[in-house]
Design a protein around this ligand. Structure first.
Ligand SMILES: Cc1cc2nc3c(=O)[nH]c(=O)nc-3n(C[C@H](O)[C@H](O)[C@H](O)COP(=O)(O)O)c2cc1C
Length: 183
Protein backbone atom coordinates (compact mmCIF):
# COMPACT_ATOMS: atom_id res chain seq x y z
CA UNK A 1 0.00 0.00 0.00
CA UNK A 2 1.14 3.53 -0.77
CA UNK A 3 1.69 6.16 1.91
CA UNK A 4 -1.80 7.01 3.21
CA UNK A 5 -2.83 9.99 5.33
CA UNK A 6 -6.24 9.63 6.94
CA UNK A 7 -7.57 12.96 8.17
CA UNK A 8 -10.37 12.53 10.68
CA UNK A 9 -12.71 15.50 10.97
CA UNK A 10 -15.49 15.35 13.54
CA UNK A 11 -16.84 18.38 15.39
CA UNK A 12 -17.61 16.31 18.49
CA UNK A 13 -15.06 13.50 18.50
CA UNK A 14 -15.68 12.74 22.17
CA UNK A 15 -19.15 11.47 21.24
CA UNK A 16 -18.08 9.57 18.12
CA UNK A 17 -18.55 5.82 17.93
CA UNK A 18 -18.32 5.06 14.20
CA UNK A 19 -15.57 7.39 13.05
CA UNK A 20 -13.51 6.74 16.19
CA UNK A 21 -13.81 2.97 15.65
CA UNK A 22 -12.85 3.31 11.98
CA UNK A 23 -9.85 5.55 12.81
CA UNK A 24 -8.67 3.31 15.66
CA UNK A 25 -8.94 0.22 13.46
CA UNK A 26 -7.10 1.91 10.57
CA UNK A 27 -4.27 2.93 12.94
CA UNK A 28 -3.24 -0.72 13.09
CA UNK A 29 -2.02 -0.52 9.47
CA UNK A 30 1.59 0.64 9.22
CA UNK A 31 1.03 2.47 5.93
CA UNK A 32 -1.81 4.60 7.30
CA UNK A 33 -1.07 7.73 9.33
CA UNK A 34 -4.16 8.94 11.17
CA UNK A 35 -4.37 12.69 11.76
CA UNK A 36 -7.27 13.64 13.98
CA UNK A 37 -8.27 17.29 13.60
CA UNK A 38 -9.55 17.24 17.19
CA UNK A 39 -5.91 16.73 18.29
CA UNK A 40 -4.28 19.31 16.02
CA UNK A 41 -6.74 22.18 16.35
CA UNK A 42 -7.03 24.89 18.95
CA UNK A 43 -10.74 25.52 18.91
CA UNK A 44 -11.37 25.92 15.20
CA UNK A 45 -7.83 27.12 14.45
CA UNK A 46 -5.08 25.12 12.76
CA UNK A 47 -1.34 25.39 12.22
CA UNK A 48 -1.74 25.70 8.45
CA UNK A 49 1.92 25.04 7.68
CA UNK A 50 1.84 21.75 9.63
CA UNK A 51 -1.38 20.68 7.92
CA UNK A 52 0.06 21.44 4.49
CA UNK A 53 3.26 19.57 5.33
CA UNK A 54 1.22 16.50 6.33
CA UNK A 55 -0.77 16.63 3.08
CA UNK A 56 2.34 17.08 0.94
CA UNK A 57 3.93 13.95 2.42
CA UNK A 58 1.07 11.59 1.45
CA UNK A 59 0.37 9.68 -1.77
CA UNK A 60 -3.25 8.98 -0.87
CA UNK A 61 -5.38 11.27 1.28
CA UNK A 62 -8.46 9.88 3.02
CA UNK A 63 -11.07 12.26 4.40
CA UNK A 64 -12.80 10.43 7.27
CA UNK A 65 -16.00 12.02 8.55
CA UNK A 66 -19.66 11.63 9.49
CA UNK A 67 -22.33 13.32 7.35
CA UNK A 68 -23.41 16.46 9.20
CA UNK A 69 -26.28 18.05 7.29
CA UNK A 70 -25.26 16.17 4.14
CA UNK A 71 -21.77 17.62 4.21
CA UNK A 72 -18.47 17.77 6.12
CA UNK A 73 -18.67 18.58 9.84
CA UNK A 74 -17.96 22.27 10.50
CA UNK A 75 -14.46 21.59 11.91
CA UNK A 76 -13.47 19.77 8.70
CA UNK A 77 -14.89 22.52 6.48
CA UNK A 78 -12.92 25.14 8.44
CA UNK A 79 -9.77 23.03 7.99
CA UNK A 80 -10.40 22.88 4.26
CA UNK A 81 -11.01 26.64 4.02
CA UNK A 82 -7.78 27.36 5.93
CA UNK A 83 -5.44 24.75 4.48
CA UNK A 84 -6.26 24.49 0.75
CA UNK A 85 -4.72 27.85 0.00
CA UNK A 86 -3.95 29.72 -3.20
CA UNK A 87 -0.32 28.93 -4.08
CA UNK A 88 -0.54 25.58 -2.27
CA UNK A 89 -3.58 23.75 -3.64
CA UNK A 90 -4.43 25.93 -6.65
CA UNK A 91 -3.32 28.99 -8.58
CA UNK A 92 0.28 29.80 -9.62
CA UNK A 93 2.65 27.38 -7.88
CA UNK A 94 -0.35 25.73 -6.26
CA UNK A 95 0.46 22.23 -7.34
CA UNK A 96 1.39 20.64 -4.02
CA UNK A 97 -1.54 18.18 -4.16
CA UNK A 98 -1.14 17.42 -7.84
CA UNK A 99 -1.30 13.70 -8.67
CA UNK A 100 -2.35 12.60 -5.19
CA UNK A 101 -5.39 10.38 -4.81
CA UNK A 102 -8.37 11.40 -2.68
CA UNK A 103 -10.64 8.82 -1.02
CA UNK A 104 -13.78 9.81 0.86
CA UNK A 105 -14.62 7.60 3.84
CA UNK A 106 -17.77 8.54 5.68
CA UNK A 107 -20.73 7.44 7.74
CA UNK A 108 -24.36 8.51 7.69
CA UNK A 109 -27.12 8.20 10.24
CA UNK A 110 -29.73 7.62 7.56
CA UNK A 111 -30.14 4.07 6.22
CA UNK A 112 -29.04 3.26 2.68
CA UNK A 113 -32.59 3.11 1.28
CA UNK A 114 -33.11 6.79 2.16
CA UNK A 115 -30.19 7.81 -0.08
CA UNK A 116 -31.94 7.17 -3.40
CA UNK A 117 -33.90 9.32 -5.84
CA UNK A 118 -37.15 7.98 -4.39
CA UNK A 119 -35.96 7.78 -0.77
CA UNK A 120 -36.49 10.45 1.91
CA UNK A 121 -33.05 11.98 1.27
CA UNK A 122 -33.77 12.28 -2.49
CA UNK A 123 -30.12 12.01 -3.61
CA UNK A 124 -27.40 9.39 -3.46
CA UNK A 125 -24.49 9.80 -1.05
CA UNK A 126 -22.19 10.19 -4.07
CA UNK A 127 -24.32 13.14 -5.25
CA UNK A 128 -24.01 14.80 -1.83
CA UNK A 129 -20.21 14.53 -2.08
CA UNK A 130 -20.01 16.36 -5.44
CA UNK A 131 -18.36 19.48 -3.90
CA UNK A 132 -15.56 17.33 -2.47
CA UNK A 133 -15.08 15.42 -5.72
CA UNK A 134 -14.83 18.72 -7.59
CA UNK A 135 -12.46 20.14 -4.95
CA UNK A 136 -10.14 17.19 -5.64
CA UNK A 137 -10.26 17.92 -9.37
CA UNK A 138 -9.76 21.66 -8.83
CA UNK A 139 -6.64 20.84 -6.79
CA UNK A 140 -5.34 18.49 -9.54
CA UNK A 141 -5.94 15.43 -7.39
CA UNK A 142 -7.46 12.21 -8.61
CA UNK A 143 -10.76 11.31 -6.95
CA UNK A 144 -10.39 7.63 -6.08
CA UNK A 145 -13.86 6.73 -4.83
CA UNK A 146 -15.64 6.45 -1.53
CA UNK A 147 -16.26 3.97 1.23
CA UNK A 148 -19.56 4.64 2.96
CA UNK A 149 -21.53 3.09 5.81
CA UNK A 150 -25.17 4.01 6.33
CA UNK A 151 -27.39 3.61 9.38
CA UNK A 152 -24.59 4.48 11.84
CA UNK A 153 -26.59 6.62 14.26
CA UNK A 154 -25.93 5.73 17.89
CA UNK A 155 -27.17 7.83 20.80
CA UNK A 156 -26.71 6.01 24.15
CA UNK A 157 -30.03 4.75 25.58
CA UNK A 158 -31.96 6.43 22.77
CA UNK A 159 -31.01 5.34 19.26
CA UNK A 160 -29.09 2.47 17.69
CA UNK A 161 -27.33 -0.63 18.96
CA UNK A 162 -23.74 -0.02 20.10
CA UNK A 163 -22.45 -3.51 19.26
CA UNK A 164 -24.07 -3.50 15.84
CA UNK A 165 -22.75 -0.03 14.94
CA UNK A 166 -19.27 -0.95 16.23
CA UNK A 167 -19.25 -4.13 14.11
CA UNK A 168 -20.32 -2.15 11.03
CA UNK A 169 -17.60 0.43 11.69
CA UNK A 170 -14.95 -2.32 11.93
CA UNK A 171 -16.22 -3.78 8.66
CA UNK A 172 -16.04 -0.27 7.16
CA UNK A 173 -12.36 -0.04 8.17
CA UNK A 174 -11.71 -3.44 6.55
CA UNK A 175 -13.41 -2.35 3.31
CA UNK A 176 -11.45 0.90 3.37
CA UNK A 177 -8.11 -0.89 3.74
CA UNK A 178 -9.04 -3.26 0.88
CA UNK A 179 -9.92 -0.28 -1.29
CA UNK A 180 -6.66 1.49 -0.43
CA UNK A 181 -4.68 -1.64 -1.23
CA UNK A 182 -6.32 -1.75 -4.67
CA UNK A 183 -5.19 1.78 -5.59
C1 LIG B 1 -25.11 17.85 13.59
C2 LIG B 1 -25.44 16.52 12.97
C3 LIG B 1 -25.90 16.48 11.67
C4 LIG B 1 -26.18 15.25 11.07
N1 LIG B 1 -26.60 15.25 9.77
C5 LIG B 1 -26.84 14.06 9.15
C6 LIG B 1 -27.24 14.04 7.78
O1 LIG B 1 -27.33 15.05 7.10
N2 LIG B 1 -27.47 12.81 7.22
C7 LIG B 1 -27.35 11.65 7.92
O2 LIG B 1 -27.59 10.58 7.36
N3 LIG B 1 -26.95 11.65 9.23
C8 LIG B 1 -26.69 12.83 9.84
N4 LIG B 1 -26.27 12.83 11.16
C9 LIG B 1 -25.98 11.55 11.82
C10 LIG B 1 -24.49 11.25 11.73
O3 LIG B 1 -24.07 11.19 10.39
C11 LIG B 1 -24.16 9.91 12.43
O4 LIG B 1 -24.55 10.02 13.77
C12 LIG B 1 -22.68 9.62 12.28
O5 LIG B 1 -22.40 9.25 10.94
C13 LIG B 1 -22.19 8.53 13.21
O6 LIG B 1 -20.78 8.65 13.32
P1 LIG B 1 -20.05 9.00 14.70
O7 LIG B 1 -20.45 7.91 15.69
O8 LIG B 1 -18.61 8.98 14.38
O9 LIG B 1 -20.56 10.35 15.13
C14 LIG B 1 -26.01 14.04 11.78
C15 LIG B 1 -25.54 14.10 13.11
C16 LIG B 1 -25.26 15.32 13.69
C17 LIG B 1 -24.74 15.35 15.11
Amino acid sequence: MKNVLMIVGHSNYGNSLSNKTIADTAKGNTNITVRNLADVSDGFNFNVEEEQKALASADIIVLQFPFHWYALPALFKKWMDDVLQFGFAYGPGGDKLSGKKLVLSFTTGGPSDTYTKDGSNNYTVEEFTAPLIQTAQFCQMEYAGNVCSNGMLYIPDMMGDKDEVTAKAKDHAKRLVEHLESL
